[in-house]
Design a protein around this ligand. Structure first.
Ligand code: GSH
Length: 216
């Protein structure tokens, strides 16, 4: 049966899992979940993700899981020999950096970045309401504090967890890409090291494949 990824290519969380599968050069089936009709809240999908959110992943008949960052880590641990190497079990220094920066993306960058792209892009796109520029400005200020730390870090190495493109960098791609398509890109462009890093990771062929699927 192989790997099946369930979701919508519009979803940033699904894109995180997709870009990982492409980096790992793993064959998989992408099963579209029709979120507009509420398929993600129906019983058959809730059996895959009890929170009624995308993505969910199945691997053969015996693995069903959810949460995009858990999915990427599962893929990297269980398909170590495919594509880009993201896990280095014998190198404790590398593993320490990888674990720390994965947490930074999830707990410090993403909560602000996701709210920012919701205000700037998804609110008007889905007719939820106009962008609140006061909220945007507050979120930009909070994100700047995180990006200041990134600026220092990326002055010492090319990627967040070290010299190689890593899972922490990959996890940023979906929301970072949307920020770079908005006026808020100025907070990235104001920081030369962050700006270079953003351009570098957004140029990965794996990310181009995600955008092609999204725009299909
Ligand atoms: N922490 C979850 C977040 C998943 C998530 O929020 N998915 C959104 C799409 S980006 C969703 O399914 N929204 C529909 C809903 O919550 O009802 C992950 O990373 O997988």
């Amino acid at each position: 049966m192989g790997i099946k990824l369930y979701g919508s290519a519009m979803s940033t969380a699904v894109q995180r899992a997709l870009v990982c599968l492409y980096e790992k050069e793993i064959e998989f089936e992408f099963v579209t979940v029709d979120m507009r009709s509420g398929e993600h809240k129906k019983e058959h999908y809730l059996a895959k993700n009890p929170f009624g959110q995308v993505p969910a992943l199945e691997d053969d008949d015996d693995v069903t899981m959810f949460e995009s960052r858990a999915i990427t880590q599962y893929i990297c641990h269980n398909y170590m020999d495919n594509g880009t190497q993201f896990i280095f079990p014998k190198d404790k220094k590398k593993m320490a950096g990888i674990a720390s920066w994965i947490e930074v993306e999830s707990t410090k960058f993403d909560p602000k970045a996701s709210k920012l792209v919701f205000e700037l892009i998804f609110k008007p796109m889905f007719g939820i309401g106009p962008t609140d520029m006061g909220v945007v400005s507050e979120l930009e200020d909070e994100l700047c504090k995180v990006l200041d730390v990134y600026e220092t870090r990326l002055g010492k190495c090319n990627y967040l967890s070290g010299d190689d493109f890593g899972l922490a960098d990959l996890h940023h791609l979906p929301t970072l890409s949307l920020i770079m398509d908005s006026d808020s890109k100025k907070i990235v462009e104001a920081r030369p090291n962050v700006s270079k890093w953003a351009a570098n990771i957004l140029a990965r062929p794996s990310w181009a494949k995600v955008l092609a699927l999204k725009n299909n």
